[in-house]
Design a binder for this molecule. Structure first.
Ligand code: 5GP
Length: 192
């Protein structure tokens, strides 16, 4: 998506450890009108899918998912990161390894909010090694909902997540795919 690629080139900052900072417009300070345009683009790409729920993971996915959900007219539900698990049987749980914090944590989702009748679109800000998405896919599978696909704002194409998720047969739409990045250059994979 050209608008997004231009914004990444203008405001993105490459940090050591393959981290791209876009916190001036996407996941710390949020440019709402801009993210709204991303929402419209996800709707265009998934227009044929009978989505009933958008699922994301806290924290940075939530704001983006809310703006996307306006165009699908469905609720957003987000998996919570749990410090200690109270396994009372009312929660779907999965383990996720954090790319940015390098630790493993549990994510939980109340069984009340996802079930076999749902058709789910996953939304997140970044795709790196795929751990966050795999955790969400695991939760969708446990709920026996139908996974319609995953929408990612920025996929880092030089990391393994995108290939892993596509090889599983999941419909994955990334609005920008970064093929390489260094301090002074960033290239994108052609992707409409
Ligand atoms: P994965 O689980 O695919 O390895 O990483 C995805 C998660 O890590 C995303 O939810 C995102 O919050 C975070 N993340 C991964 N790479 C980056 C990055 O380059 N920049 C930022 N800001 N977050 C990232």
């Amino acid at each position: 998506m050209q608008l997004l690629e231009e914004r990444i080139l203008k405001d993105g900052i490459v940090k050591p450890g393959n981290v791209l900072k876009v916190d001036s417009f996407l996941n710390h300070q949020m440019d709402i009108e801009f993210i709204n345009e991303l929402g419209k683009e996800f709707k265009r790409r998934f227009a044929d899918a009978p989505i009933t729920k958008i699922l994301t993971i806290e924290a940075s996915g939530i704001g983006i998912a809310c703006l996307v959900a306006q165009y699908f007219h469905v609720p957003v539900v987000f998996a919570k990161k749990a410090q200690s698990l109270n396994l009372d049987g009312e929660m779907f749980t999965s383990k996720v390894e954090s790319f940015t914090h390098k630790k493993v944590y549990d994510v939980i989702l109340s069984k009340k909010f996802l079930g076999p009748e749902d058709h789910v679109l996953l939304i997140d800000d970044f795709l790196a090694n795929g751990c966050a998405l795999m955790g969400l896919i695991d939760i969708v599978n446990k709920s026996r909902a139908t996974l319609e696909g995953a929408g990612i704002v920025i996929e880092k194409g030089f990391q393994e997540g995108g290939k892993k998720i596509r090889d599983m047969g999941v419909r994955l739409e990334s609005l920008a795919i970064v093929d390489s990045m260094t301090d002074d250059s960033l290239t994108f994979r052609p992707n409409n």
